[in-house]
Design a protein around this ligand. Sequence first.
Ligand code: URA
Length: 438
Amino acid sequence: MRPQEIIAKKRDGGELSAEEIRVFIDGVCSGEWADYQISALVMAIFIRGLSQTEQSELTRAMLMSGETLDMSDIELPVADKHSTGGVGDKTSLVIAPLAAACGLAVPMISGRGLGHTGGTLDKLESIPGYNVHLSTGQFKSIMKECGFAMMGQTAEIAPADKKLYALRDATATVPYIPLIVASIMSKKLAEGLDALVLDVKTGSGAFMQAFDDSRRLAEAMVETGGSFGVKTMAIVSDMSQPLGKHVGNACEVYECINILRGTVKPAVQPTLDLSIELTAAMLRLAGVSEDDAEARSAIDDALSSGRALDVFRKNIELQGGDPRVCDEPKLLLNEKLIKVPVLVDRAGFISAIDTFAVGKAVCEIGGGRIKAEDGVDYSVGFASEVKIGDKVGAGELIGFVYCRKAGDAESAVAKLKNAYEIRDVAPAAPELIRATIT
Ligand code: URA
């Protein structure tokens, strides 16, 4: 079957067979399909659409393009959480040790930050020595020893996605739900999970900003997970403002370790609340807890006893990092950075936040990547106590920028100030959990 025949069929609105989809994905992996042919088919899919069957077959072909982790020797239920990404979205660092302390095995294969969003791997690497480059053997043995392990996507897991995603990114074909579902789910289904909880973000810092789109994405992923035999549910959560207090790699780890240590200031509360919500969903879905009350009581016990912190400490040790950060979180922060206040010009209520712009401002001072190959400065960031609905007086503080150069500070401060909209009337504070899809 020649690529041009498959491209023409979709161009003319036809439904691709499972065999045609498999030929396409094989061609992507083997290099038999040229980039322009892959891009042409992806654009035809974007315009003409994919049926539910085609979407499932694409997910299957992408999943089968690589290896699936064998978890058959793991006695505990195996569960993971995946977030579609946001600004200050750091819950993985609380959820993984917490879920492990409550009796789950958590194989967390995570990504790096790109553009305005951060990535769990970058956050972890801000812990001195922490190694995310593990073989699947090391990954499993760390998970067996402490309950969870963290690593990056390997070349063996859903390799078709890496190539396809790069071409989608370059051809403006990322925002199409069936392609996103196949991309995310092919990677998650390769983890050999019993249960998967998805955190689909919605709002100004999410990559699907409109609530209806986020909800449709969540529904499609839940349906796909179920059809592959993995118990799957999704929470659509608010990303109309940064989650918690910090945006930046090391300072986000600092926030999470403080949560595990039981130090939770008001600005940090949403990070804890969302982490509890998602962990409770994992425990229920995987059958470790009978119901929500039992799950929350197990979580409470794992946090208050310090067991979740101990699990994190053990994981850091096993992954080569410096476990002292669990006892002295301040070790993560660089005292030599310039600390510059961001002040509001006028009095009123914080009515909206351009969260995308907040993420971009941190990225531009070095905290994130503009291109995939860029390096990251783990220590820079933004810390803010102010949330939508808060009242501020003229000249009051929105937060602090932590950066290396005065020039960076000036431009970041201007962008952050602009990102916070102030009006005379108090808006309704956004709900953290916007929908739950089972
Ligand atoms: N994240 C992914 O992994 N894939 C997509 O297509 C979009 C977001």
